[in-house]
Design a protein around this ligand. Structure first.
Ligand SMILES: Nc1ncnc2c1ncn2[C@@H]1O[C@H](COP(=O)(O)OP(=O)(O)O)[C@@H](O)[C@H]1O
Ligand SMILES: [Mg+2]
Length: 305
């Protein structure tokens, strides 16, 4: 049996989440008071890894941090979730990245200092490490600039040694949406949100966008915020609604959705059941502040299937 179900290769940084109704910064040295502030585990890759570990998957993480407080904080969070961090690279020439999130209940603005976020290279993910896992997941494609050029080859290497692959590009800050065509052909499960699926394809509607993407990736699951999500595998298309909850914040909801979907996928569940678990995980994650605190256990999420 392989040592890990999942290898996550990606960015590691905390989120500083500021919450309140009055979050518009004003220059001229104006000081605005916010209701709440919390430093929590951020980054799509780490939130995904923590969500998958909470569901019971055996997860290993590889990424780059600086030799600093934010990096140490992130290692602690990963370890506390049982994620294997023995492959995390501490680079004293880097500064761990940071996102400042200005959080209103149903929307947020994000300021990110990239730091080491884009520092990981695909060559640092060795065949030996790949061989320890059943599946490899990559998130924040557009932020991981060092990883981008070698990622298609990494996914090819992974698939050649029997691993399945998944990708959540997240938003492209440059809004160019290019470079993933070849990569998607080697992606087993592609996990965009609705806006990303539309931007990547130029399709007029989400079902068409998902259908287009499913001519490249084998399975496509699209997150649709309050509208839940949909999943296609080239043959069938399923939609499922959210679980109505009292949303505190939606930070990390998409990554927690991804974790639920990949849990189902790795257990050979039918598409529709994986989608429902994904949506349960995404919805429940909104009940607590930040990306990781509200992530459900499998038992908890199953109650909503
Ligand atoms: N307002 C909400 N109420 C309940 N669940 C939500 C809400 N917003 C998001 N979710 C859950 O989180 C999942 C991912 O949300 P979404 O915001 O679309 O992803 P992303 O963070 O990638 O943009 C949704 O599929 C849903 O399960
Ligand atoms: Mg997302």
């Amino acid at each position: 049996m392989k040592k890990f179900d999942l290898l996550v290769a990606g960015e590691i940084n905390p989120d500083l989440i500021l919450t309140g109704p009055n979050l518009e910064p004003q220059f001229g040295q104006t000081e605005i008071l916010v209701e709440d502030a919390a430093l929590t585990a951020g980054s799509s890759s780490v939130i995904f890894a923590c969500g998958a570990a909470r569901l019971g998957l055996r997860v290993a993480f590889i990424g780059v941090i600086g030799d600093d407080l934010f990096g140490a904080f992130m290692l602690d969070v990963l370890k506390s979730r049982g994620v294997d961090v023995s492959n995390v690279i501490v680079d004293e020439n880097q500064i761990t990245g940071l996102s400042v999130i200005l959080n209103r209940i149903n929307d947020r603005a994000i300021l990110t200092h990239l730091g080491a976020i884009g520092a990981l290279y695909s060559k640092q993910i060795t065949d030996e490490l790949l061989a320890e896992a059943r599946h490899v997941h990559v998130a924040s494609y557009f932020l991981q600039t060092n990883l981008q050029p070698g990622l298609t080859d990494l996914f090819k290497r992974a698939q050649a040694s029997g691993l399945t692959t998944s990708l959540d590009t997240n938003w492209d800050p440059e809004e160019k949406w290019v470079g993933v065509d070849e990569l998607l052909k080697h992606t087993t499960v592609f996990l965009p949100n609705e806006a990303e699926a539309l931007s990547l394809t130029g399709a007029p509607g989400v079902e068409e966008a998902a259908g287009n993407l499913a001519t490249q990736a084998a399975i496509v699951a699209v997150k649709m915020g309050v509208d839940g999500g949909l999943a296609v595998d080239g043959e069938s298309l399923y939609r499922a609604p959210i679980i109505p909850v009292d949303v505190l914040d939606t930070v990390g909801a998409g990554d927690t959705f991804d974790a639920g979907f990949i849990y189902g996928f790795l257990h050979g569940w039918p598409l529709e059941k994986s989608l429902k678990l994904a949506i349960a995980c995404g919805s429940l994650s909104t009940l607590k502040p930040g990306g990781v605190e509200g992530q459900p256990t499998l038992d908890n999420a199953r109650k909503y299937l």
